[in-house]
Design a protein around this ligand. Sequence first.
Ligand code: ANZ
Ligand code: ZN
Length: 823
Amino acid sequence: EEKYVPKNVEEKWQKHWETSKSFKVTEDRGKQKYYLLEMFPYPSGRIHMGHVRNYSIGDVVARFKRMKGFNVLHPMGWDAFGMPAENAAIQNRSHPATWTHENIAYMRGQLKKMGLSYDWDRELATCDVEYYAWEQRIFLQMFERGLAYKKTSYVNWCPKCETVLANEQVEDGGCWRCDSSVVQKELEQWFFRITDYAEELLDYTNKLPGWPERVLVMQRNWIGKSYGCEIDFPLDGNTGKIRVYTTRQDTLYGATFMSLAPEHPMALELTTPERRAEVAAFVDKVKKTDKIRRTAEDLEKEGVFTGSYCINPVTNAKMPIYLANFVLLEYGTGAVMAVPTHDQRDFEFAKKYDLPLQVVIQPEGEALDPSTMTSAYIEVGTMVNSGPFDGMRSDEAKEKIAEYLDREGVGTKTVNFRLRDWGISRQRYWGNPIPVIYCDSCGVVPVPEKDLPVVLPMDVAFTGEGGSPLAKIDSFANVECPLCGKPARRETDTMDTFVQSSWYFLRYCCPEFTGGPIDTPRAEYWMSVDQYIGGIEHAVLHLLYARFFTKVLRDLGYVNVDEPFTNLLTQGMVIKDGAKMSKSKGNVVDPNALIDRYGADTARLFSLFAAPPEKDLDWSDQGVDGSYRFINRVWKLVVETLPFIEHAGPVDAATLADNARNLRRMVHKTIRKVTDDLDERFHFNTAIAAVMELVNAIYAFEPKNAPENAAVLREGVESVVLLLSPFVPHVAEELWEAIGHQEGVEAAGWPVWDEAATVDEELLIVIQVNGKLRGKVTVPADATEELVKQAAFADERVQSWLEGKQIRKAIYVPGKLLNIVVG
Ligand code: ANZ
Ligand code: ZN
């Protein structure tokens, strides 16, 4: 074809890939495996530019590794349960299943139009019973081992979505999906005991060198391990005591009051009758604030006095007991010894309620006065007002006081984690049913193996009213107890959709396996995922849950790996006019329009060339146009040189003329550079830029029709095509075929450079001053005029002839001579 018509080229090759199942893989033990995974999409309706970018990045890696001879697993599927389907059902009166499957069909078509090299035979959708059935099996195994359990707790509740949210799903006090203010509600919930794995999850953040450090830091902070003490404070006039958790036992002598979480179980009994009304009102108010907000630094500190006192066990001082909004029930013991001089929250609280301050740590060369302090002193210093510990450095006193408390039997050293168990119950229809039954006589009864899976009933009404739709389906909810046969009730909550995305990468290894969730030998062949690619927004939610699940499944005997993802790449956003593309900002570019106009190869090339993957990609119409023009330029290059190279044989390096040898050097240097940029790195933009330069050089190379140049020219053109093929696979296959190859680029393999061909040759350039020989310089064979001049002016002998003279001009005879004219 003379003219590049993307549509024809792309349809042809997509059909070819589809019918010959080009990217289908099996567990070929004779080959080295490479598991490449991009985060699977939620089937929201259409793909967006973020998907285009994410999947283009992944596809380059997949195709590159395949050409290098790896057995590449590159699967795709659908994170298909979740709220939008249900909301759409309420709005459009369509069934969530219909809505979801229609979206999947449409989006699958879009992905295929992008020419992504997936093994479509491994496609899965988490809403299909073939998938979620196995998740129910995993749930029950976790239940058996106490890793799934039920408890009543205060939960984050989104009043608009009418569902529970995990802490990870609350952002700035709002629902991560709809942004409504989150409230606290007491509910019975199912939990996964992720805290059992806190230590290991933390430990392995130091054993994942292939992850971005900032993601690891976020996970470490989320897990939040701290070392401290639990200390008992006896109640005043009563035999009870309050236990606190502190990481600053060195400040114990400065504890002047006590702050309890408003939900603390002792809060009521400690409240004196005359304070009851005020306390009740306060507790009520705090329960309406979500927990994330309550830990925010800028939260207005508020509290209420209970009327009771406790005793500081080392100073014997009487400490008023308050309830405080910033103390959480779930952390430590739910009680805090307040040290207003050395903790900023306590300081603000004490100032507000006029509570006593006692300095116990003094900074170097300064004496703090409680009456003039404007903020807490939180650094290390010298111990004062602390009995036997006076004069010590406070960091040393920490250890000494811990030992002392232990000896006296009032405290013990403890470790605490900020990580909480993962609440997975959702009051939604479109999710995986939790497979348990409640019986008045037998309690919580797991659905017996023979009755699994619990299939999500299709016949359901979407009224938009609150509560779980499943609870309103009698035929679903009412069952016989599997143990005693009496009428019982099914659990009608479904699992958080993050459960499905916690193990889908394992199911890709064996998607049609009917013997269990995971076919262990196959999973062991493929795992771990060598390269995972997705958005930074999943740094804690999905990526922590997936790590947890992998460890659980390991302990259940399904896999032998400790971690799911060896390498992680978090790609940047796609932005336009400086803002993230979003419907609300009206700056969305629809991939369909882009592909229709320019073709998928241009869409891919642009999104890979415009920015390094980790950085935000700024959308530019000129950039898209430039990518399109470059592809056309490559196309034209092949069409124009074809007649000269068609019958060319291999290069005979010994017989090459200078310019041919120079071109060949560039070809091999480019192969080396691009390989380097792609191998375990993602320097796509510089790789593409290098090929662009090579294309320019081939255009400039003359004479193209000389028979002695044919072999070098062919090697150059073929290298361009192969090096570009991971980025623009359709056009590359088309040109490769045009050059005369029967088999595709994968069979050709990734080009290898000849190190000898890349060695820079040197030239000796004669330097004249006013026509007389005054020196000689050696420069690389491909040196530009500019470089030769620089070398000449830097030469000492030449310099001595130029001293005090004015340089009028310099005439360069390429590769031979530079004549400097002075006057
Ligand atoms: C006394 C003290 C004095 C504290 C001082 C700090 C500074 P990390 O490091 O994050 O583990 N704390 C304990 N339980 C709490 C709860 N349920 N809600 C809110 N705050 C709580 O934090 C440990 C510190 O957080 C503990 O040490 C406690 O305050 C507070 F100069 O105890 B500290
Ligand atoms: Zn029963």
